[in-house]
Design a binder for this molecule. Structure first.
Ligand code: ZN
Length: 321
């Protein structure tokens, strides 16, 4: 039963900006801070415990020390830590990409597939992202358009606004566009198949690797599924809106005006990613937070209170639906 703050791992991918340092207070010496991995047990970028007697342990070491019950019974079915939560600052366009589903990823890459969701934390006027195709295309057309660089003629470009939510099921073609800052909740995976990279070169001066054959195996060649808008629910002191509920994670965006009484029962941990404002989480432990902080509440903590004025993404794992 604990409430702990986490410090993230950082990535300096070529398309990143500086807002995670300048606006979100991230302590990172990279020139570009493209991503901060806020809740991560992934070997490519683990989060580290920042508060309490276990400060300095990676989140994975923390779980090994305290036992898997800190994750909750709903996590047992996954075998490994199921999710990864990031902040992503796209100063430039990300590559056009796709991720495999669990079956393909486990067979070919030896890790989980990647279904993900995005919450648009902030964006420039006129910012757009790429989300699936305008219409169904054939395998032959897909291959031909990749070969002759005309894929972007058939992709679906969507204007985005602060607060928009996108659910990107594995197999959905996508790209975050420039000028967008996103909170991403995804499966615990770092497998990306890049299809088109605007002819850019990486830090070594060479074009970044593409993964066209694997992308052909896994891409769904159709418009992305549409999901109905969910209502904003009002509770005492805060509002909550369900953003995504899938086999791997359930996420809400909370707007807390005063305080929110929440609960982490034995079925799942809870994670809070603070997007605006400041306050305190109490429930046994007491942890203060500011914008950009990530707070992990172990399963079985029971009732806890978030006090202050803030916006936060709340993530938990539900029992299989
Ligand atoms: Zn992606």
């Amino acid at each position: 039963m604990a409430i702990i703050k986490l410090t993230p791992a950082f990535k300096d991918y070529i398309w990143g900006g500086t807002r995670l340092r300048d606006d979100f207070g991230k302590q990172c010496s990279f020139d570009k801070v493209a991503e901060s991995w806020e809740l991560s047990c992934h070997k490519d970028g683990p989060s580290v415990v920042a508060t309490g007697e276990d400060a300095g342990l990676t989140l994975r070491e923390y779980i090994e020390k305290h036992g898997k019950q800190v994750l909750g019974t709903a996590c047992e079915r996954f075998g490994d830590f199921p999710i990864l939560i990031k902040l992503i600052d796209a100063k430039d366009n990300l590559s056009v990409q796709v991720h495999p589903d669990n079956e393909y990823a486990q067979r070919v890459e030896g890790e989980f597939g990647k279904t993900e969701m995005w919450y648009v934390v902030d964006c420039d006027e006129g910012a757009e992202l790429l989300y699936g195709f305008k219409h169904q295309i054939s395998k032959e057309e897909f291959a031909e358009r990749i070969a002759n660089n005309t894929l972007l003629e058939v992709t679906n470009n969507v204007p985005v606004h602060k607060g928009d939510v996108f659910f990107i099921e594995a197999g959905t073609l996508h790209a975050i566009g420039k000028g967008i800052l996103i909170a991403e909740i995804q499966q615990n995976s770092n497998t990306t198949y890049r299809i088109y990279d605007y002819g850019r070169v990486g830090k070594d001066g060479k074009p970044r690797e593409l993964h066209v054959e694997k992308a052909k195996d896994v891409t769904v060649l159709a418009p992305a599924k549409q999901y109905p808008e969910t209502p904003v629910e009002r509770f005492e002191g805060y509002t909550s809106k369900l953003m995504a509920s899938c086999e791997y994670f359930t996420t809400y965006v909370l707007d807390i005006e005063d305080k929110a009484e929440l609960e982490a029962d034995g079925s799942s941990f809870a994670d809070l990613l603070i997007l605006e404002g400041e306050g305190t989480v109490t429930g046994g432990d007491s942890v203060s937070f500011v914008k950009g902080d990530s707070i992990f509440i172990t399963a079985g903590t029971g009732k806890f209170t978030v006090s202050g004025r803030c916006r936060a993404v709340l993530t938990r794992i539900d029992e299989k639906q």
